[in-house]
Design a protein around this ligand. Structure first.
Ligand code: NAD
Length: 335
């Protein structure tokens, strides 16, 4: 029986990179019946929303999706479409690995860390209002339940992957109630995992240490906003947004997508890097239990990355989006 997977091509560069990822995944021979559902700017005219109900229904039914980026229209009533999707499906854990890749220019050669970002609350709960004409308030919501769930997820991930340390990132010295609750809860959960080292770090110090010595860190768990910011920083440690994959995971449901957005200025030019989406597809195969297929893609990617004529402009190469995918597919087929 083939796996049934929802494929959301998305906006901007989305269709090009999801097509590349789909072809690479199919080259492994894993049978997938893709249910393609359109979301984003193209459907607003017909449905009045970038996220019609059929998109959510498809993901709820299939339980697994591969997603291209969605543009958040500016100056309309829509808050981020991506945040809405994660909230609607209760995809509470955002998992973003940052791993040094062969052949990719970076100042560091030993980075292997995972950001686990809480995906449902914090300042992204969208509770915001004006106070009169000249002031505005955004409410930061942190609950014990969501904090416990995300920290436990991080420890379970560390356990499953044989990782040694979990670092909880916060600003509890200033935000004594909200981040204070997150930190207190993290310490309580950590007590259940004595075999895994635990430490906590204030987000500003964490930013400096990640730039100075990223190889010291392993699994980092944090509230939504810090996770959003630090995951782009960590993408920068290993070659940029073009190589940074991600997963949004809930209970028995998961949506895989690159960290980057729809990069509208590059859309339709067949020039951006498809690797972040391909590696998101690799995370999806691992989630489905298709480890061998995932390993085959990783090996092919590593072989292709050292050839500048087979990689895209952002990695110093000259290949197109589809050309880089073709090179990875050729490598999979010849090994
Ligand atoms: P972006 O990530 O789309 O692009 C920023 C820059 O990063 C690009 O101009 C490009 O230079 C580079 N870049 C991004 N992806 C690349 C790739 N695959 N290969 C090579 N270079 C790449 O960020 P943005 O311009 O701030 O956002 C554009 C739109 O995307 C916005 O509407 C935003 O809301 C949305 N967005 C969506 C998601 C998502 O769907 N999960 C995530 C972030 C941003």
């Amino acid at each position: 029986m083939p796996y049934k997977v929802t494929l959301i091509p998305g906006d901007g560069i989305g269709p090009e990179i999801t097509d590349a990822a789909r072809r690479v995944i199919e080259a492994t021979g894993v049978a997938i019946d893709w249910e393609i559902v359109e979301a984003g700017e193209a459907v607003i005219g017909d449905y009045g929303t970038p996220l019609p109900d059929y998109v959510l229904e498809s993901v709820r039914n299939n339980k697994v999706a591969l997603k291209g980026p969605l543009t958040t229209p500016i100056g309309t009533g829509f808050r981020s479409v991506n945040v809405a999707l994660r909230k609607e499906l209760n995809l509470y854990a955002n998992v973003r690995p940052a791993v040094t890749l062969p052949g990719v220019d970076s100042r560091y050669d030993n980075v292997d860390l995972i950001i686990v970002r809480e995906n449902t609350e914090d300042l992204y709960a969208g509770v915001e209002h004006m106070v009169g004409e000249d002031a505005a308030e955004s409410i930061k919501i942190i609950t014990r339940k969501a904090s416990e769930r995300i920290v436990r997820f991080a420890f379970e991930l560390a356990k499953k992957q044989g990782r040694r340390k979990v670092t909880a990132v916060h600003k509890a010295n200033i935000l004594k109630f909200s981040d204070g609750l997150f930190l207190k809860t993290a310490k309580e959960v950590a007590a259940d995992y004595p075999e895994i080292e635990f430490e906590d770090m204030i987000v500003d110090a964490m930013s400096m240490k990640l730039v100075q010595m990223p190889e010291k860190y392993d699994v980092l768990v944090m509230p939504n906003l810090y996770g959003d910011i630090l995951s782009d920083l960590c993408a920068g440690l290993v070659g940029g947004l073009g190589v940074a994959p991600g997963a949004n995971i809930g209970d028995g449901i998961a949506v895989f997508e690159p960290v980057h957005g729809s990069a509208p200025k590059h859309a339709g030019k067949n020039r951006v890097n498809p690797l972040a989406t391909i590696l998101s597809g690799v995370m999806m195969l691992e989630y489905l239990g298709e480890q061998e297929a995932a390993d085959r893609i990783r090996r092919a990617v590593n072989a292709v990355l050292v050839n500048k004529d087979q990689v895209t402009y952002d990695l110093g190469g000259s290949a197109s989006t589809s050309g880089m995918a073709d090179a990875i597919i050729a490598n999979i087929q010849s090994n």
